[in-house]
Design a protein around this ligand. Structure first.
Ligand code: GLY
Length: 612
């Protein structure tokens, strides 16, 4: 048996909270849209024998034409790790932990920094969800989802002919009341150890002094520039009407001032001070003949909600995830419960694997789309949807070699795009084993396209996550029902699924979550399946080709090159409508390995894993 190095033992004791510190080298990896190769500064011995809680990893095999090679390594660090879509924001989190902060302090620092360095989705003008698992076993879930303004009405996005407009997606009417600032400050207050003014320093510095725009951000600004210029010509992303290019410096003085006000006065600076005035002023200014409806009363009454995480199991591993108002935890639990009914899953990438996994998602999404919504407004059958017995009934509806049309399943279950450039997930673990999993969003990339003049931040277009016209698809093609219709003060249903997986010894194994609307659920759960069921390394689990099924449209979506041609033929013969896209889901994840942690930003997108 291999004898672990003193450093491995040190890190293990640190993770268990027995030691306070041990020397470690920095490890940092970033990926970008132009360079997705990963080189680890220090690679772990993932899968080495000796720790029964970390089973050996198996070699993954992907189809010949698949563009992300198997066998790469994620970034390793022995003590702490932070992963997000921005290397600067991950580094801010690592710095805070180096200065003595815990994972919550670091996650809050990361959240605010992301609002500066990844403005297409990191935000203070949107909302999100956080799941926390502390080293002492306590768990928590915080819901800081946006809510519909008090003046919102069920049919506010229909025109005079009853036709759905695009005002739930673009412009001043598209925004829900932002929850991010209330959420991050509440999280810090309950579980952090550092003052807000301290953890916000990296964000303020990045906004005030600026940072260099990389290829990923430049590409994102370029793609969004028409929308941004439609609603506001003064934002720092398009100076003089020209999108910032790679290598330019992005300085955001208005945002720095707003962040400083929050750092000095707390959330009330955002919800009742001059920042609130700027936001309401922006609503009243409007554009293209449309004004917004968020008022000072909406902002003054916004409050985040502490909830109990969804706790489910998969083959002896426990999953902690987000309950409604997000559908993420329930839908993940339902799909995995169905798959757990099989003694084991077929080989990854086989026809039967795609069929079973896709069919499980299809059933879970039928329930999601009809039955889940804000629990303050609609009774949600949580216990039933997450029960193993209900999963056994659903499994019985899956034929061995035949896809079931969604329209045939819907009556049975009634009694009981553009691809992923939305939202962003980050994960943080510290040396004691505290773990934070956060997903936050403006909904669409760059939200509604509205930048708040004077206060310097983007606003969300989260109202489109409601069923603006029940029975009709939203931006993600999701066909949702009455339960998720618009009502004032209601939280729109989300798919965000910040998740923490515990191993059979109750230690954190994985911290994962994703961006990409409904594909968040399928992408996150496939990384979990790849790690638990197929024993892939984190790097392989993240690079493995992904699929998605959301019931309607009734198709199995797959990544180009990710399914072997013979398998594709067989799936079509089963009756699956196969839909090809270039890329599915933007996942960020951390995994415990022997001697420390591995961090992996999404290899399909950009980001950074930073630890030490
Ligand atoms: N805005 C995407 C989601 O919450 O699901």
């Amino acid at each position: 048996m291999r004898v672990p190095s003193p450093r491995s033992w040190c890190a293990t004791l640190l993770a268990a909270g027995v030691l306070g510190a041990c020397a470690g080298t920095s490890a940092s990896t970033s990926t970008s849209a132009s360079a997705s190769g990963v080189t680890a500064a220090n690679v772990s011995g993932a899968g080495q024998p000796g720790d029964p809680a970390i089973p050996e990893r198996a070699a993954a095999q992907f189809p010949a034409g698949w563009r992300l090679p198997a066998g790469q390594r994620a970034t390793f660090a022995p003590q702490v790790m932070a992963v997000s879509n921005s290397r600067e924001a991950s580094a801010a989190a690592a710095d805070i932990m180096r200065e003595g902060g815990n994972a919550v302090d670091a996650a809050v620092a990361l959240g605010f920094a992301l609002a500066v360095t990844w403005p297409e989705a990191g935000n203070i003008g949107g909302g999100g969800y956080t799941v926390v698992r502390l080293a002492d076993g306590r768990t928590a879930a915080l819901d800081y989802r946006e809510i519909a303004p008090l003046a919102a009405t069920r049919d506010m996005y229909l025109d005079a002919n009853g036709k759905l407009t695009d005002k739930s997606i673009y412009g001043h009417l598209a925004s829900g009341v932002p929850g991010a600032v209330a959420g991050l400050t509440a999280l810090l207050e309950r579980y952090g150890t550092m003052p807000l003014s301290k953890v916000m320093q990296p964000a303020i510095r990045l906004a005030r002094d600026g940072f260099v725009v990389d290829t990923a951000l430049a590409t994102s600004i370029e793609r969004a520039s028409r929308m941004l210029l439609r609603f506001q010509r003064q934002s720092p992303f398009t100076p003089n009407g020209t999108p910032l290019a790679t290598g330019a410096r992005l300085v955001q003085p208005e945002l720095a001032r707003t962040l400083q006000a929050i750092a000095d006065q707390g959330a009330r600076a955002f919800y009742s001070g001059w920042v609130a005035d700027s936001l309401v002023g922006e609503m009243q200014r409007g554009a293209e003949g449309t004004t917004g409806i968020i008022t000072r009363a909406d902002l003054a009454t916004y409050a985040p909600v502490w909830r109990t995480p969804i706790r489910t199991t998969y083959r002896g591993y426990a999953l902690l995830s987000m309950p409604p108002s997000s559908s993420g935890g329930v839908t993940t639990a339902e799909a995995l419960n169905v798959l757990e009914q099989y003694p084991s899953l077929p080989a990854y990438g086989s026809t039967r694997w795609f069929h079973l996994v896709g069919s499980a998602y299809q059933r879970a999404f039928i329930d999601r789309n009809a039955k889940l919504a804000d629990p303050a407004f609609v009774p949600v059958p949580l216990a039933q949807l997450t029960s193993k017995s209900y999963a056994a009934r659903l499994k019985a509806t899956i034929a061995d070699t035949r896809a079931t049309p969604t329209r045939d399943l819907e009556p049975l279950m009634a009694q009981a795009a553009r691809e992923p450039e939305h939202t962003t997930h980050y994960a943080v673990v510290d040396a004691r084993g505290n773990a934070v999993s956060t997903t936050t969003t403006l909904n669409n990339s760059w939200g509604s396209g509205v930048w708040v003049r004077g206060a310097g931040f983007m606003l969300n277009d989260e109202m489109d996550d409601f069923a603006a016209q029940p029975g009709k698809p939203n931006m993600f093609g999701l066909v949702q029902g009455e339960a998720n219709a618009i009502q004032p003060g209601k939280r729109m249903l989300s798919a965000m699924a910040p998740t923490i997986v515990l191993d059979p010894r109750d230690q954190v194994l994985l911290v994962a979550g994703a961006a990409g609307g409904p594909t968040i659920i399928t992408g996150t759960s496939q990384v979990i399946l790849n790690v638990i069921e197929h024993r892939m390394t984190l790097a392989d689990a993240m690079r493995a080709p992904r699929i998605h099924h959301q019931a309607l449209p009734d198709s199995l979506t797959f990544e180009a090159g990710g399914v072997r041609p013979t398998v594709l033929d067989s799936l079509r013969a089963f009756g699956h409508a196969m839909r090809e896209v270039r890329s599915l889901v933007n996942v960020n994840a951390i995994m415990r390995v022997k001697g420390g942690w591995e961090g992996q930003p999404e290899p399909r997108r950009s980001g950074g894993a930073v630890g030490y």
